[in-house]
Design a protein around this ligand. Structure first.
Ligand code: SF4
Length: 439
């Protein structure tokens, strides 16, 4: 039995796809092993969003060669779709597969026999037009379930449409089937994942279903206690979705909504499909419906043309918003996008300074959000990671709770009262946790 090991870079979507490809290998008689366990085959799933994608890829190939010098090394994922030829030149790489080919890799590469040169199978991205159902399983307490892939938007900084193709989705019936399958395996939380998740419902370019329909159907899936929406564009987060989540038992009061900039001038240059006013309306509506809802925000700083005033506009806008944490990205040029050609390049040093300012703001926002929750009661889903005898779990509204490690609590939902924030910035729930232990 041949052994195969995986390495995943990037987002939740990549994790769900690696997991599915792993299951394809197992169904075909391969044994899935750890990266360090001298596998015969390595599969490295790459990302194009991270900086230095090339360097990271080279580093992992080198590591793989160190652990298993004769292994067959396959590279796939977004970066493989964008730069197949460059990746094929990396010493040690045996095969590169594009977006349309990655789920067929066991058939395409058959015996996984090394050739003189790396084999490249990467069709143009227009051919990646079928949807492959994927979910991560066995890796975490939560499962990432892919419901949508690709994106039809054309944000001027983003290469994802070039790496993943047009927007396309699974059917609601298939997603519900997958959710039931996941529930049967004992997983309690599903994170709905996609490139542009709110755009769910397009099949062969036609809108057949909607994200709201999907949410309503999933809310009836017995056995899954929690659903989260990984990220949703503000223009697609309609009132009906917010109102439904507010009344739902299974959809958690947690939204992650990309903002990218708080300046309308920059939003326009970015080709985003909303203005800051719409974003502020969405946040206000969520908080009106669910005062303790967690709201995460993505922001890019140092986009071409972003002056100090524009940045301060973003800073002040976010400072005034009732949001809970930020994911901050210094702008980074991507080939074949419009933004690098735009005037007003911001120096790397300045991009980093602005990012640091927003990261400090994020810490303040998070602290404030946590403080608002002290004394309130929640349910925590405890996870499997242990560090120094401490385990962690998440409340419905995404507050991270620390507790003394107890294996019995893993993947269990426990009712707690939040008592205070510890030195590591995690919430404590000792009082009720002690009660939990007594039962
Ligand atoms: S919405 Fe914009 S940023 Fe997001 S994947 Fe699509 S093009 Fe990229």
């Amino acid at each position: 039995m041949k052994k195969v090991a995986f390495y995943t870079l990037g987002c939740k979507l990549n994790y769900s796809e690696t997991s599915t490809i792993g299951r394809i290998f197992q169904e075909r008689g391969f044994e899935k092993v750890e990266f360090t366990d001298t596998p015969d085959i390595y599969v490295i799933n790459t990302c194009s969003v991270t900086d230095n994608a090339d360097k990271k890829c080279r580093k992992i190939v080198k590591e793989a060669q160190k652990y298993s010098p004769n292994a067959f090394i396959t590279i796939l994922g977004c970066y493989a779709q964008l730069k197949p030829k460059e990746i094929a030149e990396i010493p040690g790489v045996d095969a590169v597969l594009g977006a349309a080919e990655k789920f067929q890799l066991v058939d395409i590469l058959e015996g996984f026999t090394k050739k003189d040169k790396a084999e490249v199978y990467a069709s143009p991205i227009s051919e990646a037009n079928t949807f492959h159902n994927s979910y991560s399983f066995g890796d975490r307490t939560r499962t990432f379930l892919k419901v949508q892939d690709g994106c039809d938007y054309s944000c001027s900084f983003c290469t994802i449409p070039l790496a993943r193709g047009n927007s396309r989705s699974d059917t609601i019936a298939n997603v519900v089937r997958a959710a039931n399958e996941i529930a049967e395996s004992g997983v309690k939380e599903i994170v709905l994942t996609g490139v542009n998740t709110g755009d769910f419902g397009l099949q062969d370019g036609k809108r057949v279903e909607t994200f709201f329909d999907l949410v309503k159907e999933l809310d009836n899936v017995e056995g899954i206690e929690r659903f989260r929406i990984s990220s949703i564009e503000p223009n697609l987060l309609k009132d009906e979705i917010m109102e439904f989540v507010a009344g739902s038992k299974r959809f958690m009061p947690h939204f992650h909504i990309p903002l990218q900039s708080g300046s309308n001038k920059i939003l326009k240059l970015m080709r985003r499909r909303y203005k800051r006013e719409l974003y502020a309306e969405r946040v206000a509506k969520i908080k009106e419906l669910m005062p303790h809802c967690c709201i995460g925000v993505d922001v890019i700083v140092g986009f071409p043309g972003e002056t100090e005033e524009d940045f301060l506009e973003t800073y002040n806008f976010i400072n005034g918003l009732d949001v809970s944490y930020l994911h901050v990205f210094p702008y980074s040029e991507r080939e074949n996008t419009l933004a690098p050609e735009m005037p007003g390049k911001v120096s790397i040093k300045e991009r980093n300074r602005r990012a640091d300012m927003l990261r400090i703001l994020s810490e303040k926002k998070k602290r404030y959000f946590y403080e608002q929750n002290i004394g309130r009661e929640f349910t925590v889903l405890f996870e499997d990671d242990v560090k120094d005898g401490v385990m962690e779990g998440w409340t419905e509204n995404y507050v991270r709770v620390a507790a003394k490690y107890d294996p019995v609590l893993v993947n269990e939902l426990k009712h707690v009262r939040l008592t205070g924030i510890n030195a590591a910035g995690l919430m404590e729930a000792e009082e009720t946790y002690v009660e939990v232990l007594k039962h």
